[in-house]
Every structure is written in C-alpha cells, then in structure tokens.
Design a protein around this ligand. Structure first.
Ligand code: F6R
Length: 369
C-alpha cells in the first residue's frame, strides 16, 4: 500500500504533482476563467465581502499565511490569518461582510471547528478548504472547496499542504475575478501559469538527491534555522515545522528582515541556515535584501543552504549549498520551494532513526481542543 516506498510520507511527497493537478481539474474553463461551482456563496455576496479571515492550525495555518499575500494583492480586500486555537478567545470582529476561510486537511480539527462555529454565530460566511469528503468542517460551513490530494496517511502533512495552497490561490483569484480588480491581467496570466505548476513540482522532485545527501550530513546537528521573506517567510515556517515534528530538532523560521532585530545573535560557526530566496524578477528589492542577509549570516559563520530560482546567479557566491527551483510567478513560489524542505526533513528524520510516518507524541487528526 506504500506503493514501493519505505514510508507513506515519501509516497505522498511523490504524489504532489498529481495532487496539484487534480485540485486544479475542472476549475479553470477553456477561456481561462475560474469556475468554482462548489463555492455556493453567491457572487453578489462575495462582492460585498470587506474582510477575509483565515483560520487554521499547523501546516494549514502556513497555507493561510501564504494565502494572505495572494488575497490582498489580487483582490485588495484586507485579510487576516489567525491560529484557530487563538481565534474565538480574543473576541474577533466579524459580521455578514466577513468571509472566513477554514483550512483543514482532515476536516476534523477541533480548534478549527470551534473557530468556524464562532464565526457563523457572528453572522460571517464560512468557506472550508478541506481534503476529506463529508467531514465535520465542510458539513458545518456555508461552502467548501475540496482539495484533491487523496488520503494523506503520514502524520506530517505534505501533499495536502500543496493542494491547500492551490485552493487558496483559486479562492484569491476567484475573488479577484468576481469583484474585478486592477490586476485582472495579472490574474489571467497566473491562472494560465497554474497549468504548468504540476510539471514544475515534478521537476523539483527529480533533483532531490543532493538535498537528501545534505540532510544526511546534518544528522548530528541540534539546530537548523530557516529564513524567508514575502511568501518565502511562511515557507520557512513550514520547513521548520517539518523538521521539528520529524527530526525532533530545534528548528525555527524567521522573516529575514527580522534577523537584525534579534535572531542574528543565534548565528554561530557551521550553524545550518536554510534561506528561501524570492524571485529576482518582480519583487527585486526583496531579492537584493535577502542576498545581503545571506552574506551577513555567512560572514558570521553560518552554513548557508539556499533555495533559489533557476538562473538566479546573485546567490551563487554566498551559497554553501544551492537548491534550485523552477521559475514561477512570485506568489506561486511556495508550491515549488516547500518541496525540498519536505524532502530535507524526511531524510534527516530517517538518518536520525526516527519513525517518519508516526512521529512521537503526534496524531494525524487532532480532535480535542
Ligand atoms: C503538520 C501537520 C499539522 C496539521 C494540523 C492541522 O505536518 O500535519 O500541523 O497541519 O494539525 O490539521 P488539519 O489540516 O487536518 O486541520
């Protein structure tokens, strides 16, 4: 049932190109418009939405953090992302014009369920992004956009995360399409680009041997730091979470711009630091800033592991290890940049003799608050 793989996690990592393609299937028509028929929230209600609030836990929360960049950019609607476990206890401001998006692989996470119940009580519309047909969260929501990752068995979420991202982008683009924004051309272009994303993920998977080798060489380390900016910041958080739960190592993700406000004090000789570099096209200022961050930490002894777009030569002199990902539109980069970090964590866990599919103390679905 593991399809020839040693672990479900490896199988599920390998299934990601298909999971991404399946989640897009039937949702983009021949003219390049989105047809999210399942989202039964009428277009006029979506046009009235004045705030989007995303609630989720763990990896799904990281998908939400990335969604915020996409939603605010493409739709110009303010978007908040909140840990479901914190949400209802702070008396959040919600009304009929709030669209709450609850992201959950299992559809059974109690924290997320309680958050959405609270939102509906306040009159907000709730859209679930979920991987499990007929589970509680979509049943209790106004609408659901299913991710088509197929069953995810390994406790650590991989393919579900990528499909959550796809679903979040679809929601962002759809909102933009329904409402009309100044980015209509960009939206059309990104919808076109989504079609090639599955192939890009496939290409990343074909080049993972050096990443596995690197992971094995770091099995004796205690700490790995992850840095990113823009959508690369949540990717850094996700890379760190994967490493904690699988390798039981101290791992932390930071926004690279925060380095000088504290975390740079952690840098010491030979400390592995993974840096997710945004595309040099588009947000080029951010790219240049992160390149100087890489220089700074390397000058202080860090062992730099740089995830950068193909053709990005500026990072080469400062990368002790370079992991290439295909060129994508800026906002879509997490779909390719996350994959090497999953492989990295899985291989490190194996090298440390850990149980990959069933990490200690964790359950696949957390049905208690
Ligand atoms: C991490 C992981 C967890 C889940 C979280 C939410 O790899 O799997 O952090 O993402 O427990 O679960 P769902 O998406 O089922 O609500």
């Amino acid at each position: 049932e593991k399809g020839g793989y040693d672990y479900f996690m490896l199988k599920e990592i390998a299934e990601q190109p298909k999971a991404v393609a399946d989640t897009l299937l039937g949702r983009i028509d021949g003219a390049g418009s989105l047809t999210l028929d399942e989202v039964r929230i009428p277009a006029n209600v979506l046009r009235e939405v004045d705030k989007v609030v995303i609630v989720a836990c763990g990896t799904a929360f990281h998908a939400g953090l990335i969604a915020k960049y996409a939603i605010e950019h493409w739709t110009r609607v303010p978007c908040e992302v909140e840990l479901a476990s914190e949400f209802r206890y702070r008396d959040p401001i919600l009304d009929q014009q709030t669209l709450v998006v609850a992201v959950s692989q299992s559809g059974e996470t109690m924290d997320t369920l309680m958050a959405l119940r609270h939102a509906r009580e306040q009159g907000a519309k709730v859209l679930a992004i979920c991987n499990t047909n007929g589970s509680t969260i979509p049943r209790e929501s106004d609408a659901v956009l299913y991710t088509h990752a197929g069953p995810e068995v390994a406790v650590a979420s991989t393919k579900a995360f990528l499909t959550q991202l796809v679903a979040c982008y679809l929601v962002a683009l759809y909102l933009g399409q329904v409402r009309g924004t100044k980015y209509a051309d960009e939206i059309r272009a990104v919808v076109r680009d989504l079609a090639s994303i599955s192939g890009a993920v496939e290409r990343v998977l074909e080049t993972m041997e050096p990443v596995r080798e690197l992971a094995r060489s770091l099995a004796g380390k205690n700490t790995v730091l992850f840095l990113g900016r823009h959508v690369g910041y949540p990717v850094a958080l996700e890379g760190a979470l994967k490493l904690k739960e699988l390798a039981y190592m101290h791992a932390e993700g930071f926004a690279a711009g925060e380095l000088k406000h504290g975390p740079i004090a952690l840098i010491e000789d030979d400390l592995p630091v993974v840096v997710v570099v945004p595309s040099p096209r588009g947000r080029s200022v951010l790219h240049d800033k992160i390149v100087s961050n890489i220089q700074e930490i390397r000058a202080r002894g860090a062992r730099t592991i740089v995830v950068a777009e193909e053709g990005d030569d500026a990072v080469v002199p400062y990368a002790d290890h370079l992991i290439r990902v295909p060129v994508t539109p800026t906002l879509l980069q997490p779909l390719v940049a996350t994959v090497p970090l999953q492989v990295f964590a899985c291989e490190l866990a194996t090298a440390r003799g850990n149980e990959v599919d069933q990490p200690r103390n964790l359950a696949k679905s957390v049905t208690v608050e």
